[in-house]
Design a protein around this ligand. Structure first.
Ligand SMILES: [Zn+2]
Length: 538
C-alpha cells in the first residue's frame, strides 16, 4: 500500500541547489537526484506562494481555485485570503472521500483548518497564535514540548518589519530563527506521523523563501536553511524508505537588479491620484525617517512584540500600500507586492469606483499599451515581458474576481507596490512634483531576492525510475498523487499524471466532477439548472 510524503520547500531553486548538490552540501537532495526524479516545476502566474501552493494542493489553475494573492483581489483593503475562499477541493478533501488519512502541516492558505480524515495544522496566513489553527481543535493543546513538539507560528505581514530589521542588523540571528521554525515544523510532523495513521503527509518548510528574500547576498546563511531542510528530509527517508516522496517548491528565486515601482508609474501617467504630493507626503517622510533610524529602532524597540500585539496587528492589516492614494479619483492601481496585477476602479464593482462600465475596455487597453511601452532608460529595453487580461490567463469564468490586468516582468526586475520616491530623503525633497522614479536598485523597502517562475521537483521511492530528469507543472502534483494512491481523478483538474516518473506507470482512472466540487457555472446558471432538475423530477 503506497503512502505519500510531500515536502514543500518554499521558493526552493535549482539555481542555488545544483552547485550545492555537486559540492556534496545537500546530501539528501543529491541522493534523490541520483536515485529518483529531479527537475524544474513551473509555477502559476503570478509566481507567488498563495496561488502556487493552492495550485499544488488542488491541481487547478488560479481561475478555478480563486486564490490569486495573499490578499483578496475583490477589495481595496488588505484582507487576507483563507481556505474558505478556495473554490475547489484540495488533496486532503479528495483523500477524505476515499477513506484515506492525511497529516497536513504548515501549508500556506489552509486556515481555517478543514474537517478531514486526519489532522491539520494550518500554515502561512493563519491570523494569530490565538486562532484555532488545528483540526481536530483539541490537537492544539498537544503542541507542547513534552507531547508532539512546540509549534512555532509564522505571522504574515505582521512580522515583515521586524524580520526586515533583523536581516539588516543581525542576519545570523534571522537565519537561526528561520531554522528554528523548520525544526519545529519538522519535529511536530514526524511526531504526528508516529502517532496517527496516515496515507498522505504534507509539510511545508517556509524558511527558504524568507531567507532568500531578505538575505540573498548571504549565500552561507541561505545554505544553512537548505541544509536544515535537507537534514529532516534525510531523517524522513530513513524512517519511511517505502514511501513515495515528492519534494516541491512553489516558485524559484533570483536577484532583481531593479524594482519597478508600479504605482509610481501609474501616478506619473495620471491613472492614480493622491491626496498630497507623494514625494513629501507624511507616509513618505515616515518611511524615510524609519529607514534613517532603523539601526536604533532595531536595538532599542521590541518591534516583534509591538507588531504582534492586537494593536500592531490591526494597524498592519488595515493599512494599504499608499496611504495617500485618493481612491475616489483613481482609475487604476497596483494591488499588492505579490499580485503582479492591476485593479481598474470600476464603479459597478466598488462603492468608491469611478470607471463607468462602458469605459472599462478602453481604459484596460490603454493600460496594457502603457505597460508594454515602459522601458528601462538605461538599456532602452521593455520592463514588462507579457501582459494578460484576466480572461486570457484565468478563463472567462474565473472565480473570486481576479484583477483586471496581470503581467510578467522581464528577468532581473521585481515589482514594488509602495507609492513613494525610492531614492531617499534628499532626492525626495528635490524631486519634481509631478514625476516619481519608477525604477530603482533594491533599497531599504525592497527585497534583496525575489521570485522566478521555475521551482523544484524531486521524487523518490521504490516504484520510481532512477536518475531521471523530469520537468513538470505545479498542476501535476495532485493528479500524480491520486494515481499513485489509486484514487480516481476528477475531470475538473488541470494537471496531468507524471507517468514517466514510474517504472510501471500507475493505472489512471477518471471520474466526473464530485458533488462538492463547484463547476465553473455562474450561480445564476446553477440556480437555473437546479430549477430545471426539480421540474424534471416532478
Ligand atoms: Zn516569497
Amino acid at each position: 500500500m503506497t503512502r505519500v510524503i510531500i515536502i514543500g520547500l518554499d521558493g526552493g531553486t535549482l539555481d542555488l541547489m545544483d552547485p550545492w548538490m555537486d559540492q556534496g552540501k545537500l546530501p539528501s537532495f543529491s541522493r534523490i537526484k541520483e536515485q529518483g526524479i529531479y527537475g524544474r516545476l513551473r509555477s502559476t502566474t503570478p509566481y507567488y506562494s498563495a496561488p502556487a501552493w493552492v495550485s499544488i494542493t488542488t491541481g487547478c489553475q488560479p481561475g478555478k481555485h480563486g486564490i490569486y494573492d495573499f490578499f483578496r483581489t475583490d477589495t481595496y483593503k488588505k484582507n487576507l485570503v483563507s481556505s474558505k475562499h478556495r473554490k475547489v477541493p484540495a488533496l486532503w478533501n479528495m483523500l477524505t472521500w476515499y477513506n484515506k488519512r492525511s497529516i497536513i502541516v504548515n501549508v500556506p492558505g489552509t486556515f481555517p483548518p478543514e474537517k478531514i480524515d486526519g489532522v491539520m495544522i494550518t500554515g502561512l496566513l493563519t491570523p494569530s497564535p490565538e486562532s484555532n489553527y488545528t483540526y481536530p481543535p483539541d490537537l492544539k493543546k498537544d503542541l507542547t514540548s513534552d507531547r508532539l513538539g512546540t509549534y512555532l507560528l509564522e505571522q504574515v505581514a505582521v512580522d515583515d518589519i521586524p524580520k526586515g530589521l533583523t536581516a539588516r542588523y543581525a542576519p545570523q540571528k534571522l537565519a537561526a530563527q528561520i531554522n528554528e521554525l523548520t525544526s519545529s515544523h519538522a519535529t511536530v510532523t514526524m511526531n504526528l506521523m508516529k502517532e496517527y495513521d496516515w496515507d498522505l503527509t504534507m509539510v511545508v518548510f517556509r524558511g527558504t523563501d524568507d531567507v532568500q528574500h531578505l538575505l540573498w547576498n548571504r549565500k552561507d546563511l541561505i545554505l544553512s536553511c537548505y541544509q536544515k531542510a535537507d537534514e529532516y528530509i534525510g531523517k524522513m527517508i530513513d524512517e519511511y524508505p517505502d514511501a513515495l516522496f515528492i519534494i516541491v517548491s512553489d516558485h524559484g528565486f533570483g536577484k532583481p537588479k531593479k524594482y519597478f515601482y508600479v504605482n509610481n508609474a501609474l501616478y506619473n501617467a495620471g491613472y492614480l491620484k493622491t491626496t498630497s504630493n507623494p514625494s513629501t507626503s507624511i507616509n513618505t517622510l515616515i518611511s524615510i525617517i524609519f529607514d534613517k533610524l532603523s539601526r536604533i529602532i532595531f536595538h532599542v524597540v521590541p518591534m516583534q512584540k509591538i507588531m504582534r500585539s492586537e494593536l500592531g496587528r490591526t494597524f498592519i492589516l488595515s493599512s494599504n500600500s499608499g496611504g495617500n492614494i485618493d481612491i475616489s479619483q483613481t482609475l487604476a492601481m497596483y494591488h499588492s507586492v505579490c499580485s503582479r496585477g492591476i485593479r481598474i476602479n470600476l464603479k459597478e464593482k466598488y462603492s468608491y469606483g469611478i470607471v463607468e462600465t462602458k469605459d472599462y475596455e478602453n481604459i484596460r487597453n490603454q493600460l496594457i499599451d502603457f505597460l508594454k511601452q515602459l522601458t528601462d532608460p538605461e538599456k532602452g529595453e521593455p520592463i514588462v515581458e507579457q501582459v494578460y487580461t484576466a480572461e486570457e490567463i484565468y478563463g472567462k469564468d474565473a472565480v473570486n474576481d481576479p484583477l483586471d490586468i496581470i503581467f510578467d516582468l522581464k528577468e532581473g526586475y521585481g515589482a514594488q507596490e509602495l507609492l513613494q520616491p525610492p531614492e531617499g530623503l534628499k532626492a525626495a525633497l528635490k524631486s519634481k512634483k509631478d514625476k516619481l522614479t519608477i525604477l530603482s536598485p533594491p533599497g531599504f523597502y525592497d527585497w534583496m531576492g525575489d521570485h522566478k517562475p521555475h521551482g523544484i521537483l524531486f521524487m523518490y521511492g521504490p516504484d520510481l525510475i532512477t536518475h531521471r530528469t523530469l520537468d513538470a507543472s505545479v498542476l501535476d502534483i495532485v493528479p500524480t498523487i491520486l494515481a499513485a494512491l489509486d484514487i480516481p481523478i476528477s475531470k475538473n483538474l488541470d494537471g496531468q499524471v507524471l507517468s514517466d516518473a514510474f517504472q510501471k506507470p500507475p493505472v489512471v482512472s477518471y471520474k466526473d466532477i464530485h458533488a462538492s466540487e463547484p463547476s465553473l457555472l455562474s450561480s445564476s446558471e446553477l440556480q437555473a439548472i437546479k430549477k430545471l432538475r426539480k421540474k424534471t423530477i416532478k
